[in-house]
Design a protein. Structure first.
Ligand code: C5P
Length: 215
């Protein structure tokens, strides 16, 4: 199978030297990419800026902004059997990007922010998609409720939910997996590399099941 995986944060420029971003390390997405390669799959890894070396056998695409990530995913969206959108894409970006460094002044400064394009949502809306669509939900509150809402609204097959306070910038995570048919599965706290192998096995089984159903 071919896996398309997004990982890491995005950077939304304010001016040539400043940006808005978040604390995503990319570790979960990279671990899923390594695990998929280890189980014999092909991997397209589309990554925001992180301090990790790309897996050697992956097709690696490095991006910075949410617009670049959106475009890279769009370009490759006909290839995968499984799409795992693990990236912490910024939800907002500055309405305008200053061409020159914004100077410090005594007065207060406000930034106008506009929503970014939602990559997961755009894949969920594709007509007759053949790939399994997996989204992630890192939450600080109401984990199951927020994740269930995301599963429906973004038309995913699976949502992998975690408490952002455990998983962000960490080598470990604790997961709650929600499936389209209402089934749920908990995986207790473990290193991301171990969790990644479990996840890839779950994704490949779900993809096989959905193929058999369509045959
Ligand atoms: O809505 P929220 O950002 O919490 O949803 C998280 C999920 O949506 C993750 O799978 C993330 O990769 C994806 N996402 C995306 N594009 C965005 C925002 C989130 O693909 N602009």
């Amino acid at each position: 199978m071919t896996f398309l995986i997004t990982a890491g944060p995005t950077r939304e420029p304010i001016d040539p030297i400043r940006y808005i971003s978040n604390r995503s390390s990319g570790k979960m997405g990279y671990a899923i990419a390594e695990a998929a390669l280890g189980l014999g799959h092909d991997v397209i890894l589309i990554s925001g800026p992180v301090n990790l070396g790309p897996p050697r056998r992956a097709k690696f695409i490095s991006v910075s902004t949410s617009d670049e990530m959106f475009e890279a995913v769009r370009r490759h969206a006909d290839e995968p059997d499984v799409c795992v959108l693990c990236a912490a894409v910024a939800d907002y970006k500055p309405a305008q990007v200053s061409r020159v460094k914004i100077k410090k002044r005594a007065a207060q400064l406000s930034l106008e922010l506009i929503p970014t394009l939602d990559i997961l949502d755009s894949l969920g809306k594709r007509q007759n998609r053949k790939f399994l669509l997996v989204g992630f939900a890192a939450e600080t509150d109401h984990l199951e409720g927020n994740a269930t809402k995301k599963l429906r609204e973004k038309n995913c097959d699976i949502i992998v939910a975690n408490d952002a306070r455990i998983g962000m910038e960490s080598d470990e995570n604790e997961l709650l997996i929600l499936f389209r048919d209402g089934e749920t599965k908990k995986i207790s706290r473990a290193p991301k590399k171990i969790l990644a192998r479990e996840l890839v096995k779950i994704f490949q089984n779900s993809q096989q099941k959905s193929l058999t159903k369509k045959m």
